[in-house]
Design a protein around this ligand. Structure first.
Ligand SMILES: Cc1cc2nc3c(=O)[nH]c(=O)nc-3n(C[C@H](O)[C@H](O)[C@H](O)COP(=O)(O)OP(=O)(O)OC[C@H]3O[C@@H](n4cnc5c(N)ncnc54)[C@H](O)[C@@H]3O)c2cc1C
Length: 416
C-alpha cells in the first residue's frame, strides 16, 4: 500500500491488455494460447448495447478461429446462444435510386454474419477466461509509465473500490477510439473526417398483413445528408416480433446531425429515404429505446506501436462503418499483435541481455498497420466517389468527385 492509498501488485504480467472489446479479447486469447500470462482490463462492469453487427464472408474464418465453427452450429450451439444469423448480402441504393443487390452467394463462404454484438463480445471474453486470462471488469486504466530500469510498465488502474498498480512487460492498447495508452504516451490521433452515427432500434409485431420481417440483407441507402444502413437484429427475433437497427451517418456539425439526435427529427429524416422507410412501413416498425450516437469517422494514430506497447483494433485505426470491416480488422490485428508480442517475449527469454529485442516484431506490426490503412484510404475514396448524386451537398462534396472512378461500381458493405 502506498501513501495515496493505492495498492501495488508484485506480479509482472507478460502482457496487460486494456479494453475488452473484440480486439482486446482476441489479443488476450492469442497470448494465452501461447502460454503467456495476461491481465485483461475492461472499464465497463456490464456491457450495454453496442453498435456494429455485420460481418462480411471474409471474416468468418477469423471468427471461427476464436469462437469455434459457426457454420455447423447455425441454429444451435454458439450461434444460438450468442445470436448469430446468416446474411445474404447487401441491397444498396448508392449510385442510383434503384436498389442494387450484391449477393454473398458468389463468395467462397456463400454468406455473411449478423451478430448480437453484446453477446459476441462477451463470448470472446469468456473464451479468454477459459484460456487462462485474468479478466477484471470495472477496471479502468488511468495512467501508465515505463520503468526503464526494469524494462516493464507500471499501470495505474481504478475500480469502484480501489486503486491498484500492476506491472507488465507489454501493454496492448485495445481501448477503441479512445486509445488511452497511446494518448497517455502523447501519440497524436488523426481524425480524417467528422462522421457521426445516429442509431435507432425499431420493433415490429406479428399479425401485420405482410407477416414477419425475414430479410437477410443489409440495406444501405445514400441520402443528401449522408447515408443509412439497416439490419434485422439476430437475437430479438421471436415468433411474435422482429427488431431492426436503422443508422444514419452524417457530419457531426451538420443540421441533419442535430435533427437526427431527436426522435421526431430522426423519423422525419428516414421518411425521406424511400428504400429503408418503405421497409419500415411494410412491417409497421415503430421506434424502441433511445437514439444512440457514436463517432464513426476515419481515424488513426500517427504511430501504431513503440517500445513495449502496441495499439490494436480501433485504438490503432478506426474505419467508417461503410466498410463493415471494424470487427474483422480488430480480430485480425489482435491475432497479429498477440503473435508479435509472443515472439518478442520468446526472443528476450532466449537472449535476456540483448536490448531492443522487440524492434523487429514491432516494425513488422507497424508495417502491417500502415498497409491496412493505405488500402482502406484508397477504397474509402473509391466508394464515396462512386456515389454521383448530391455532389452539391457538403457531405458528398467533401468526400470526393465521381470523375476519378469507373462509371459502374457496385457498393458492397464489407468490401470497402
Ligand atoms: C455506427 C457504427 C456501426 C458499425 N458497424 C460495424 C459493422 O457492421 N461491422 C463491423 O465489423 N464493424 C462495425 N463498426 C465498427 C466496430 O464496432 C469497431 O471497429 C469495433 O468495435 C472495434 O473493436 P475494438 O475492440 O478495437 O474496440 P471497442 O469495441 O471500442 O472496445 C474497446 C473497449 O475498451 C474499453 N475501454 C476504453 N477505455 C478503457 C480504459 N481506460 N480502461 C479499460 N477499458 C477501457 C471499452 O469499454 C471497450 O469495451 C461500427 C461502428 C459504428 C460506430
Amino acid at each position: 500500500m502506498t501513501n495515496n492509498g493505492s495498492e501495488i501488485s508484485t506480479t509482472i504480467w507478460d502482457a496487460i491488455v486494456i479494453g475488452g472489446g473484440p480486439a482486446g479479447a482476441a489479443a488476450a486469447i492469442t497470448l494465452a494460447r501461447n502460454s503467456r500470462s495476461v491481465l485483461l482490463l475492461e472499464k465497463r462492469i456490464k456491457a450495454g448495447f453496442t453498435l456494429g453487427e455485420s460481418l462480411p464472408p471474409a471474416a468468418i474464418g477469423v471468427v471461427e478461429h476464436f469462437l469455434g465453427s459457426v457454420e455447423k452450429d447455425i441454429g444451435v450451439g454458439i450461434t444460438k446462444t450468442i445470436g448469430i444469423t446468416k446474411t445474404k448480402g447487401n441491397v444498396s441504393c448508392w449510385q442510383h435510386a434503384a436498389p442494387q443487390i450484391s449477393d454473398f452467394f458468389f463468395t467462397p463462404k456463400g454468406f455473411g454474419l449478423c451478430i448480437d454484438r453484446t453477446n459476441f463480445d462477451q463470448a470472446l471474453r469468456d473464451v479468454a477466461l477459459k484460456c487462462g486470462v485474468s479478466v477484471l471488469y470495472g477496471a479502468q486504466l488511468t495512467g501508465c509509465r515505463r520503468s526503464e530500469n526494469y524494462q516493464r510498465w507500471d499501470v495505474e488502474v481504478s475500480s469502484k473500490s480501489s486503486k491498484q498498480t500492476y506491472h507488465a512487460k507489454y501493454l496492448l492498447d485495445c481501448s477503441g477510439r479512445r486509445s488511452v495508452v497511446a494518448r497517455a504516451l502523447g501519440i497524436e490521433r488523426q481524425c480524417h473526417d467528422n462522421l457521426f452515427a445516429y442509431a435507432q432500434r425499431f420493433v415490429s409485431a406479428s399479425g401485420e398483413d405482410s407477416g414477419l420481417d425475414k430479410d437477410a440483407y443489409t440495406r444501405i441507402e445514400a441520402s443528401p445528408e449522408g447515408w443509412w444502413y439497416s439490419n434485422r437484429l439476430p437475437l430479438a427475433n421471436t415468433s411474435k416480433s422482429t427488431e431492426r437497427l436503422v443508422v444514419l451517418h452524417t457530419d457531426k456539425d451538420s443540421s441533419a446531425a442535430q435533427q437526427a439526435a431527436t426522435p421526431s427529427g430522426f423519423l422525419k429524416l428516414i421518411a425521406q429515404s424511400p428504400h429503408i422507410s418503405s421497409y419500415l412501413n411494410k412491417f409497421a416498425y415503430t421506434p424502441i429505446g433511445k437514439i444512440k450516437g457514436a463517432a464513426a469517422g476515419s481515424e488513426r494514430l500517427v504511430q501504431f506501436c513503440g517500445e513495449g506497447w502496441l495499439a490494436v483494433g480501433d485504438a490503432a485505426q478506426a474505419y467508417d462503418p461503410l466498410s463493415s470491416q471494424g470487427i474483422y480488422k480488430a480480430l485480425n490485428s489482435a491475432s497479429s499483435a498477440g503473435q508479435m508480442v509472443n515472439y518478442a517475449l520468446a526472443k528476450s527469454e532466449q537472449s535476456p541481455s540483448s536490448e531492443n529485442d522487440d524492434q523487429f516484431f514491432l516494425k513488422r506490426y507497424a508495417h502491417e498497420q500502415e498497409q491496412l490503412w493505405a488500402d482502406y484510404v484508397q477504397q474509402h475514396k473509391y466508394y464515396y466517389a462512386s456515389q454521383p448524386r448530391w455532389l452539391d451537398q457538403p457531405f458528398w462534396n467533401q468526400r470526393g468527385s465521381s470523375t476519378d472512378v469507373g462509371s459502374e461500381s457496385q457498393l458492397v458493405r464489407g468490401v470497402l
